[in-house]
Structure formats: C-alpha cells, structure tokens
Design a protein around this ligand. Structure first.
Ligand SMILES: CC(=O)N[C@H]1[C@@H](OP(=O)(O)OP(=O)(O)OC[C@H]2O[C@@H](n3ccc(=O)[nH]c3=O)[C@H](O)[C@@H]2O)O[C@H](CO)[C@@H](O)[C@@H]1O[C@H](C)C(=O)N[C@@H](C)C(=O)N[C@H](CCC(=O)O)C(=O)O
Ligand SMILES: Nc1ncnc2c1ncn2[C@@H]1O[C@H](COP(=O)(O)OP(=O)(O)OP(=O)(O)O)[C@@H](O)[C@H]1O
Ligand SMILES: N[C@H](CCC[C@H](N)C(=O)O)C(=O)O
Ligand SMILES: [Mg+2]
Length: 486
C-alpha cells in the first residue's frame, strides 16, 4: 500500500485532475487484473490500447489512472494523471512502489543479439561460486539465490521486474545480472531502473518484424547505454562493427573487451576443441569448458564485468574455468554408436553460422554434419531464407522443420526458408514438418562419428502452435532416439 503522490515521485507529470493523497493498494496496467484501490496505467500496445479500458477499470474499483490522453468526461472520486509516456511513467512508479530495489543491489544489464543468456548465466554462476547472494533474470529461468522463479520473457515488464528485484533485495542479494532485450528498451520496461553497469555482446540480424529497420534496432539497444548513470560502467565488444556506436552517447565510464582489436580486457584463443577453449586472458593462460569463438567473447565479457565489479582476477579465472554454459546452448551428447548430437538455441542467421562454423572448425575427420532447423512464426520473416541458406552452406544434410509456428502455417514458414536455398544446395534438403519426426530421421541418417545439430529451440520445453503450448523438448527426443540407436 502507498499514497499516490509518493508513487508519482520522479514522474514527468503534465496535468493532474483530482487528489494525489489517495491510498493505492495495487499498481496495474492490465484491465483484467484490477481490484479495489488500483492505480491503472493505460498503455498503447501493439494490439490494443489500454486507454480503451479506462471506463471498465473505474467500474471495477480503480481510484486513480495514469493516461496519455485525458477523457472528455471525468468520473467522480477518480484521480487522473496525464503524462507524455505511460510506459516510461510505469517504470518510475513501479520502482517507487517496490521501494527502488534496483538501487539497493549492484545490477548489471546485458544487451545484444546473441549471448545475453550465456553471459548473464555465467555471471550468476560465477558470483554464486565467489560466495555472493545473487539474482539472475534471463530467458531460460530467473533465480533468487538458489530459488528458481519461472521466466515468461527475456526481460520482464516494469511491474514484474521491480517485484522480482524487490524479492532479491529482501533475500539479501548483493548482485543481479539481467538480460535487456531490445523489446524491453523500446517498450520502456527498464525505465526507472538503476544499473551499476551495462554490457554489449554484439548486434546482427533479428527482430526486424518489430523494429522495422536495422537502424531502429541499433537505436533500441543503444538507448540502454544512453540512459546509464555517470557512476555506472558501459562495457562493449570492440570487435563488433557497432561496438563503439553503442557507447557514443553514454554518460557511463567506457570499457572494452575483444579478441582482435585493442581493448581494455584482451583475450586470445590458443585452442578451440570439442572439450573446450584454451585461451590467453590478459596474459594468463586458462582452460574453459565452453566451446567456440563466440563463447570466447562471452567468457571475456564475463571476466571483464567481474573485474569491473572489483573482483580478484585469479579467483575469477579459476572459478570461471570450472563453469558450464547455459542450458540448451551447445548442449552436446554422444550416442552409444558414437553419433554426436548438439542442441543449440541458434535462432538467428548469425548464431546459426557461428555454431556451424564452430562445429566445422573442431570436427576432426570426414564426419557429416546433419542440421535440423526451422524458424519461429510471428517473428522476423527476413531471417528465414538466410537461415536455410546458412544451414545448407555449412551442413551435408539439412532437414527443414517447424520451430514454434505460433499463428502461422508451418508449411508457409518452411516455404519462406526454401526461397534462400540455391539450386546446388537443393539436393541436401529434406522437409519434414513434424519436428519430432525430423529429429528421428536425422538420427536414422547419421553414421557413427556424424554430428547432428538441432538448432533454434535450445532449452525450450514446449512447441507453440496456434496459441497452445504443448510439451516438446529437443534434448529429450534426442536422448530417446540415441538410446534406440544403441
Ligand atoms: C510484441 C510485444 O513485445 N508485446 C508485449 C507487449 O504487449 P502488447 O504491446 O501487444 O500489448 P497489447 O495486448 O497491445 O495491450 C496494450 C495494453 O493494453 C492492456 N490491455 C489489453 C487488453 C485488455 O483486455 N486490457 C488491457 O488492459 C495491456 O495490459 C497493455 O498494457 O507488452 C506486454 C506487457 O508488457 C508483453 O507481455 C508483450 O509481450 C509479448 C507476450 C511477447 O511475446 N513479447 C516478445 C516478442 C518479447 O518481448 N520478447 C523479448 C525477447 C526477444 C529477444 O531478444 O529474443 C523479451 O524480452 O521477452
Ligand atoms: N557471443 C555470441 N555471438 C554470437 N552467437 C552467440 C553468442 N553467444 C551465443 N551465441 C549463439 O546464440 C544462441 C543464443 O545464445 P543466448 O541464449 O546466450 O543468446 P540471447 O542473446 O540470450 O538470445 P535471446 O535474445 O533469444 O534471449 C546460442 O545458442 C549460440 O548459438
Ligand atoms: N526470444 C526469441 C526466442 C526465439 C526462439 C525460437 N525458438 C522462436 O520461437 O522463434 C523470440 O521470442 O523471438
Ligand atoms: Mg536470452
């Protein structure tokens, strides 16, 4: 419970009609969840407009509303607060309502097209190993110390985020590592949040359905760094073409990491094998359990962040060398007849190219690479043909299948993918719409020593078809098939 004027502290208010002394029991932006004493925030969304529900919520006990547009008639006993941007205001109000949790812990946000979950999960595991009470906010799962809190988004909405951070503060967490998606920045989910630091991994092709142009996508990611405070750090990947652009307008102090260009935190790959990475990190030789050049970047980002958070270099490297990655990221197993199976969340052209080139670089002989891949429905369509072509370029056999078709027809998605496949590559391609059948076929086609890559769904435990999520787990099916092969 709180008084409206306290919840409004720091909000850029344009106009108030009614009293700001009213008691507020609940803050809410969904009309379906209001109850007595709710402060309702009307947000314009991608499908509907919260302003259309203001009358409904007042009937259901709302005593205050935050709007971008005032109505023509005002209801009695209701306070109206006009702001320029309700989503931004919601962030500030949610912080106030939950006692500004982000300012009570050292919160680091990680943004970029790929690597966010990996970097955040490694940081969380590392800081737990270093003995700290730590929180994690990620695509796969959220954690408050060792307690799992299921994740619905990569970055939760303003309310869920502050509520989660508040629980972390109450559980004594000193650090929290969170993924910052471009959707979250664009929708102001992180407005009002105080970050101790921001990390940039890389930016490549994704989410153009939502951001429309690559420029807008860059701007969304950059918006995160633009909003950092002077006492925060901003850490970027100098080897990424847009690495310096990200930090162009930040007030935070700038640091960098890289494998190729000059950087504050510097790494070099000595060996890259199936068993892991052997690297030189700022002059120290270290073995890591993660595989692939892209993970060398992720590990460097983690190392640099830990040092910027004033941890000891040697204990960071020692503990980091013992860690495995995040679930469903280069998750690999070997069948009794020696077929290698890899489950990976590569769902962008860049991620797919990285994972396949990694496999190509570390395979030892003439083994075939069989890739099973699909693309998500209701998401960036432009990546479909590129991903199909990438799969063909780097594999001996490709099975095109469904990912999460959502509201689209799986056959149509596969058709879009096929547009990218050149004539010479056609003969490598099989189409099996049912993902389980596709995985089974890959297992039957594989000879001992061959490598099967199941790309796109990683840790996901469901397949979403027409708004329904049915249990589906790439790894579970692979294990089942591998045992049958034995
Ligand atoms: C496209 C997108 O990002 N949508 C998010 C957005 O929903 P929206 O804009 O469609 O909302 P809307 O349905 O138009 O409603 C607008 C407003 O009216 C309200 N409303 C609506 C209906 C009603 O009856 N009453 C009512 O009050 C809604 O509560 C909302 O405040 O705001 C919602 C609340 O914060 C989010 O849950 C929702 O995420 C959807 C489920 C989603 O799938 N998002 C994905 C794309 C996403 O955010 N992904 C990124 C990761 C991407 C990546 O990097 O890979 C993530 O951070 O998870
Ligand atoms: N630094 C990186 N550069 C390029 N590709 C990467 C990198 N790290 C991971 N990948 C690839 O991208 C996939 C997704 O990795 P991860 O889940 O860590 O990224 P993410 O940014 O959290 O993705 P999402 O936006 O879906 O949450 C991995 O399975 C791997 O194939
Ligand atoms: N966070 C990403 C995940 C994509 C995973 C892939 N399996 C798909 O469904 O497209 C998104 O919502 O776009
Ligand atoms: Mg993620």
């Amino acid at each position: 419970m709180a008084v409206l004027k306290d919840i409004l502290y720091g909000v850029a208010i344009e106009q108030v009609i009614g009293s700001t002394e009213v008691e507020i029991q609940q803050l809410q932006f969904d009309s379906r969840k209001v109850s007595q004493g709710t402060l309702f925030v009307a947000i314009k969304g991608t499908r509907s407009d919260g302003h259309d529900f203001v009358n409904d919520v007042i009937e259901n006990g709302t005593n205050a509303v935050v709007v971008e547009l005032l109505p023509e008639v005002f209801a009695e006993g209701v306070t109206y607060v006009k702001v320029a941007n309700s989503a931004t205001a919601l962030g500030v109000m949610a912080s106030n309502f939950y006692h500004n949790p982000s300012s009570k812990l050292k919160l680091v946000g990680v943004t970029g097209t790929n690597g966010k979950t990996t970097v955040c999960t490694l940081l969380y595991k590392l800081f737990r190993k270093l003995g700290y009470k730590t929180g994690l906010i990620s695509t796969v799962e959220n954690y408050i110390n060792d307690t799992v809190v299921p994740a619905t988004h990569t970055t939760p909405d303003q309310l869920a985020l502050n509520q989660l951070l508040d629980k972390m503060v109450q559980s004594g967490c000193e650090y929290c590592f969170m993924e910052v998606s471009s959707h979250a920045v664009a929708q102001h989910r992180i407005s009002g949040i105080a970050f101790a630091g921001g990390v940039f991994t890389n930016i490549t092709h994704d989410h153009l359905d939502f951001h429309k142009t690559f420029d807008n996508y860059i701007k969304a990611k950059k918006g995160f760094f633009d909003a950092l405070n002077t006492n925060a750090f901003a850490l970027t990947n100098t080897d990424d073409k847009n690495g310096s652009v990200m930090l162009q307008n930040t007030k935070a102090y700038k640091k960098s990491y890289g494998l190729k260009s000059l950087a504050d935190f510097k790494g070099k790959i000595i060996e890259n094998e199936f068993s892991g990475l052997h690297m030189d990190v700022d002059g120290s030789e270290v073995y890591f359990r993660l595989v692939g050049t892209f993970n060398a970047y992720n590990l460097l980002a983690v190392y640099a962040t830990a040092l910027l958070l004033e941890q000891d270099k040697m204990s960071v490297l020692t503990n980091l060398s013992m860690l495995s990655g995040a679930e469903g990221r280069f998750d690999y197993m070997i069948s009794p007849n020696k077929v290698v199976g890899i489950v990976d969340y590569a769902h962008t052209p860049d991620a797919l190219r990285n994972i396949l080139s990694t496999i190509e670089n570390i395979r030892t002989g003439n083994e075939s690479i069989i890739t099973v891949v699909g693309c998500g429905g209701d998401r960036d369509k432009t990546k479909r043909p590129i991903m199909a072509q990438t799969a063909c370029d780097w594999s001996h056999k490709v099975i095109l299948t469904s990912d999460n078709p959502r509201s689209e027809k799986p056959e149509d998605i596969i058709e879009d993918m096929k547009q990218g496949i050149t004539a010479v590559n056609q003969k490598k391609v099989l189409t099996i719409v049912d993902r389980k059948e596709a995985i089974k076929t890959a297992c039957h086609l594989a000879e001992p020593g061959d490598i099967i890559l199941l790309a796109g769904k990683g840790h996901e435990k469901y397949q979403e078809i027409n708004g329904e999520r049915k249990h589906f787990d790439d790894k579970e099916i692979l294990i089942e098939q591998f045992n049958l092969l034995g």
